[in-house]
Design a protein around this ligand. Structure first.
Ligand SMILES: [Zn+2]
Length: 94
């Protein structure tokens, strides 16, 4: 057990947020979904902080065959917008 470390650091928190967007559009490969999942396992604060960890995990858990119900999808998207804005603010301090 070794490449675990590299895997876990493939995505940072911002990447995960972007990836969840793509996921909602059905544009993620199973491989990337896997990376998101392991990132969330190791780095739960990133989404928990915004109160969307559970939703995103629920979303990812249903994975391949089903598309997300509209309500779940809408609630995640609206919160992701907030997360995105906050991250942008955080990273760009003029
Ligand atoms: Zn994170």
């Amino acid at each position: 057990m070794s490449p675990d470390d590299a895997m876990g650091h493939d995505l940072d928190c911002g990447d995960v947020v972007e990836a969840v967007y793509l996921y909602l559009d059905g544009e993620l490969s199973a491989e990337v979904i896997d990376k998101i999942r392991s990132h969330l396992d190791e780095c739960s604060p990133c989404l928990r902080e915004y109160g969307i960890e559970k939703e995103v995990k629920a979303l990812i858990a249903r994975s391949c065959c089903e598309t997300a119900p509209d309500a779940l999808r809408a609630s995640i998207v609206s919160r992701l917008e907030i997360v995105r804005t906050e991250m942008t603010v955080k990273f760009r301090r003029d």
